[in-house]
Write a new protein. Structure first.
Length: 411
């Protein structure tokens, strides 16, 4: 079980997808170390939904590196047996900070960096900030990875990036970003989409398995059940109660999540409630298909030996996939598409076929840009071996309502 501890209620950026830097949410307060020590003691014995707390995320949906005692906080948590993680925008991750965090034993460092161009970065993390921050952050990440190698530390280093609802980060930049962070040496990249604020107005709260699964302890010890953005739903104060996750407020919330009573009105302010229904369904309730693989192209070539290879999707991407397969000596037998008007046509000497002809033992190469749609095709068609042409990297699991896919880059 992971718990988020807000050490510093402040941030040094004004990101597009975040509202906490705005004046109505600004409360620049740092948690006192004596309060933090008391919270650690409580968390060692407390149980949340029957689970022992094993990991502390020390950013609190703010900027952890703004906290003047971040190194000490990590050490204190590690001494008590907790795994530690921070999510950071990386602007303050200079060589001195990197050395401090690695020496303190930080287990996971996740950088919030969208895109790999200054233009894209400015749309997300760069709002009203200097344009050279992207260069600063990417250099900071590269230097941190080099330092990790020199000091033989095991910290996992990853990047989280967002796409707009209108797909304003195109598929080429999406794929290039994965390749860029892989070359630098990042272990993982998590990819998701921003929610659309237009859906928030008057939206009904949505019940999700993720609700109450990532509680936040604020600088004064008060506890909110999740990181969805609604800070008015307070369960209690961990400094005042050893049973804050079992008291009446928590019991009522869990009951509502089970559908036994109405969801709290405070949940209407949740960023996840603001997501369109189609995203709630595909991002929350659908498990990732075990047969959906995103590997490197060489791995795809090896897997295809002695197998029948088919493409899915009559798209421009299919033309590129056909050319790549031909160069690699892979014979594509056909292209599946649900558009019946295309059945019988020939693309690059390859026939377009109805998906009903598909055989599970064949290999399918999905040729559509949207990775969520590609995933659903894998589930619907039921192939045992499915690849996405657009992203040849390993996919692990569906882990978050916003950050829906995580890619392990170093295998």
């Amino acid at each position: 079980m992971q718990v988020v501890v807000r050490l510093a209620d402040t941030c040094n950026l004004k990101c597009k997808m975040c509202c906490f830097w705005k004046p109505e949410h600004s409360n620049p307060v740092n948690m006192r170390l004596d309060i933090y020590q008391s919270i650690l003691s409580k968390l060692q014995s407390i149980r949340i939904l029957g689970k022992k707390v094993s990991q502390l995320r020390l950013d609190g949906n703010r900027e952890a590196l703004c906290y003047p005692h971040i190194e000490t906080a990590i050490r204190m948590a590690k001494e008590r047996g907790f795994s530690t993680k921070i999510v950071t925008n990386g602007v303050l991750m200079d060589p001195q900070m990197s050395e401090k965090l690695l020496k303190a034993g930080l287990d996971v460092i996740d950088f919030s960096v969208s895109g790999i161009t200054v233009e894209t970065y400015m749309r997300f993390q760069g709002y009203e900030m200097p344009s050279d921050n992207f260069t600063t952050v990417s250099n900071n990440i590269a230097e941190l990875i080099k330092l990790r190698g020199r000091t033989n530390k095991n910290s996992r280093i990853g990047v989280s990036m967002l796409m707009d609802e209108d797909l304003s980060i195109n598929a080429d930049e999406y794929r290039s970003a994965l390749e860029f962070w892989r070359r630098i040496g990042c272990d993982t990249v998590s990819v998701g989409r921003t929610y659309n604020p237009a859906y928030k107005k008057g939206s009904e709260p949505v019940r999700s398995p993720l609700c109450a699964s990532l509680p936040i302890i604020r600088t004064d010890g008060s506890v909110i059940p999740c990181c969805g953005g609604s800070e008015s739903l307070v369960l209690g104060n961990i400094l005042e109660s050893d049973t804050v996750f079992e008291d009446e407020n928590a019991v009522n919330l869990y009951s509502a999540l089970r559908g036994e009573q109405k969801m709290p009105h405070e949940c209407t302010a949740c960023v996840y409630s603001g997501m369109p229904p189609r995203h709630r369904e595909s991002y929350v309730y659908q498990p990732v298909a075990e047969n959906f693989e995103i590997g490197n192209f060489q791995k795809f070539i090896q897997r295809s030996i002695g197998k029948q290879v088919y493409l899915y999707g009559c798209t421009d991407m299919a033309n590129n996939a056909l050319a790549d397969c031909q160069s690699a000596g892979i014979q594509v037998k056909g292209i599946y598409d649900y558009n019946f008007r295309l059945w019988g046509r020939v693309i690059g000497e390859v026939p377009v076929l109805m998906p009903q002809l598909a055989k599970q033992e064949d290999i399918l190469l999905i040729c559509i840009k949207n990775i969520s749609d590609a995933y659903h095709c894998a589930v619907k068609l039921g192939f045992k071996s499915v690849y996405a042409y657009s992203l040849f990297f390993e996919q692990s699991y569906n882990r978050h309502l916003i950050f829906t896919h995580e890619f392990r880059l170093q295998t």
